[in-house]
Design a protein around this ligand. Structure first.
Ligand code: MG
Length: 372
């Protein structure tokens, strides 16, 4: 995508003398409040065990770093790719995917739903208030489209409010990349954090993920006697590099064989062109399977997570049932909008610790305290 060919902003603005429209979008995202709150949202591991775990902000920076490399190797617009990477998790509620699932469940009981992509769009269109002339960040069409379409497709029949986002066309490659890069980033980072947390059994990892085992054996054979943690780091780094390289090469080949020579050609392809080869997809699946089987459901993680999600649920019910219990600005909104939708937006925007403090304020006790 060329910034000059953007479908533009909702509220037209004069061009900036030094920055492209996508560079400005990237900068607006970095300066948003929702972006700063990512620092205090859990990725997988809470800070109870280590200061070195990824949180959603450092995860986002890792995604942005890989996205820039991939976009630049493919000759794509690195500024757009970077903006999309930086914004891709901005709509995440507290407590990771477990928090998202619980909010969705609570909303479904009211006939609604919750989804972090749609919430991200509401953040950048309504909740961020930084400008005199409009609500939200007034991002370009392609960044808003990428927020919606980076990880899945939406049908216009089911989501009429998204009809403007060319739902029957593919998004630009810069947006298609993000989901793959996200997977590369978290699959490798979660293995790394699991080792740091003392939850990773290297022998089991090597047995269950043959691709990691091969790379590890190579590194080990050329670095006999080196510190185990450094051999592990090097092996994991090579795994990340191999997946990113495959993503670059496979995507490049698919674009060539589809014969697309413009962003419009990419949009009209029958399916998304970015992705892994079959071999890399299988390797990536092995990593994922290992993480689900051995890490994500480990009691050391689920105990914190279940407690926290319970607090989220109790707060949702509390705010929903008691007019006057939320801050004045949300109570004002709740006079005009459906109350549980406002409650959902309020809770989704909270950081982990803020939610636990609010819970403590209402319910007391120490059930949800996490030691920092
Ligand atoms: Mg992510």
């Amino acid at each position: 995508m060329r910034a000059e060919e953007s479908r533009g902003r909702r509220y037209p603005e004069p061009p900036h003398p030094y920055r492209s429209a996508y560079a400005r979008d990237r900068d607006r995202i970095i300066h948003s409040r929702a972006f700063r709150r990512l620092e205090a949202k859990t990725q997988v591991f809470t800070t109870r065990y280590s200061d070195h775990f990824r949180n959603r902000l450092t995860h986002t920076l890792e995604v942005a770093q890989i996205a820039r490399t991939v976009a630049s190797a493919l000759g794509l617009n690195t500024e757009l790719a970077e903006a999309l990477a930086l914004v891709h998790d901005i709509g995440h509620p507290p407590f990771g995917h477990a928090g998202e699932r619980k909010l969705d469940e609570l909303m479904r009981a009211q006939g609604g739903s919750f989804n972090h992509n749609l919430h991200a769009l509401r953040i950048v269109e309504q909740f961020e208030q930084r400008y005199l002339d409009f609500l939200g960040l007034n991002l370009t069409f392609e960044v808003r489209e990428g927020i919606i379409k980076h990880s899945r497709d939406y049908s216009a029949a089911q989501f009429p409010q998204l009809a403007e986002y060319l739902l029957d066309l593919r998004p630009p490659l810069e947006a298609q990349l993000i989901d793959w890069v996200d997977e590369i980033a978290y699959n490798t980072a979660d293995i790394d954090d699991a080792l740091e947390a003392g939850l990773l059994d290297l022998a089991v990892l090597r047995k269950e993920v043959s691709f990691f085992d091969e790379v590890y054996a190579q590194v080990d054979s050329t670095h006999r006697g080196a510190r185990a943690k450094l051999i592990f780091n090097e092996a994991l780094k090579r795994v990340l590099d191999a997946l990113a390289t495959d993503l670059i090469e496979t995507t490049g080949q698919r674009v060539l064989s589809w014969g697309a020579s413009s962003a419009d050609g990419i949009r009209r392809a029958p399916k998304r062109l970015a992705g892994f080869s079959d071999a890399a997809a299988a390797q990536n699946r092995e990593l994922k399977r290992f993480l689900f089987a051995n890490i994500y459901n480990h009691p050391a993680i689920t105990e914190d997570r279940d407690r926290s999600v319970k607090c989220l649920e109790e707060l949702f019910i509390y705010y929903s049932g008691r007019p006057g219990s939320m801050p004045a600005s949300y109570e004002e909104l709740a006079l005009r909008e459906v109350r549980h939708v406002v409650v959902c937006d309020y809770i989704a925007g909270m950081t982990d610790q803020f939610l636990l403090r609010r819970h403590h304020d209402q319910f007391g006790g120490t059930i949800c305290e996490q030691s920092a």
